[in-house]
Design a protein around this ligand. Structure first.
Ligand code: PDD
Length: 281
């Protein structure tokens, strides 16, 4: 499998990370997951722009201008071959003797394609189970940081409780999922928390909001209370790999009638049409 590592396209087996890489020692890096359908990226520019923001906020040197990132990622996708794919891209602060303060060294870049499996039909048709959990992560969740220990612990806590995903809250305010953005439907309107340092500004989130508006739904980006989540008619989660999925059980109780809701269905249909258009390009 071809990957991009340190300025070159090489087979994965030839990519070698130094043990003193700050990504390995400190979890000091940022990443992106970028889906592609039929050889066409979904919103590549938005992913590159978010990568640039993450790098700037983490004060990691950005090795390439946006145009060069696009060239590298496009080349990697074409080397991967056809079909749906997702690219995992990671930039760490680089290799340096262990010391917390920032070193003066070039960043390490790694990008890897893999086949993007269709979202399982049972998840689409039956929806997901979620549990609400206190958001124990750090306070800079707008950075797509590779330090994912908190998120991994929360996801595992959800799985241990028999659920698929955790929906997180800070006190009475809902933030997001362990690895997804969250939406609710209240009186027919789609509500999701606004971008802030408490959540990742998802690329799929923005697409879902656009598609919701296109199918004539009311969209409300505003802080969301935990008690509104618990009483919502519908709950959805979005991410580059989940697309947009309904949550049909929260904390062991059915959401609405326990089936994926009619409002979700309209947006999911629009999402499938959007993917079909991308593939046909
Ligand atoms: N995660 N919030 C968090 C904490 C996430 O980790 C993700 C995505 C999202 C959704 O962002 P987007 O729509 O841009 O994928 C929101 C990726 C898929 C991952 O870590 O694998």
């Amino acid at each position: 499998m071809p990957v991009y590592f340190d300025d070159a396209f090489v087979p994965l087996s030839q990519a070698r990370v130094h043990p003193l890489d700050r990504g390995f020692i400190y979890g000091d890096g940022v990443y992106e997951v970028i889906p592609a359908y039929g050889g066409h990226y979904l919103r590549l520019d938005a992913h590159i722009a978010r990568l640039e923001r993450s790098l700037a906020e983490a004060r990691i040197a950005n090795p390439y201008p946006a145009q060069r990132w696009a060239e590298i990622l496009t080349e990697l996708l074409s080397r991967h071959g056809g079909g749906d794919a997702s690219i995992y891209l990671q930039v760490t602060r680089g290799v340096a003797p262990r010391d917390h303060a920032f070193p003066d060294c070039p960043p390490t870049v790694f990008a890897m394609p893999r086949a993007l499996k269709p979202v399982p039909t049972n998840q689409v048709e039956r929806g997901l189970k979620a549990v609400s959990l206190a958001d124990i992560r750090w306070q800079w969740c707008q950075i797509k940081s590779i330090s994912l220990q908190g998120a991994a612990m929360l996801r595992q806590q959800a799985i241990d409780a028999g659920a698929d995903e955790a929906i997180l809250h800070r006190g009475r305010w809902v933030t997001e999922g362990a690895a997804a953005n969250v939406f609710v439907v209240i009186d027919g309107a789609v509500v999701t928390p606004p971008p802030s340092n408490w959540l990742l500004h998802g690329i799929t989130r923005d697409l879902v909001l656009e598609l919701a508006a296109q199918v004539d739904l009311r969209v409300d980006e505003r802080p969301l209370r935990l008690k509104e989540l618990l009483a919502a008619d519908e709950i959805w989660l979005s991410s580059s790999t989940k697309e947009v999925l309904a949550v049909t059980q929260l904390d062991g109780a059915p959401v609405g009638d326990g089936q994926p809701g009619p409002v979700w269905r309209r947006v999911w249909d629009a999402y499938q049409a959007f993917k079909a258009d991308l593939r046909a390009q």
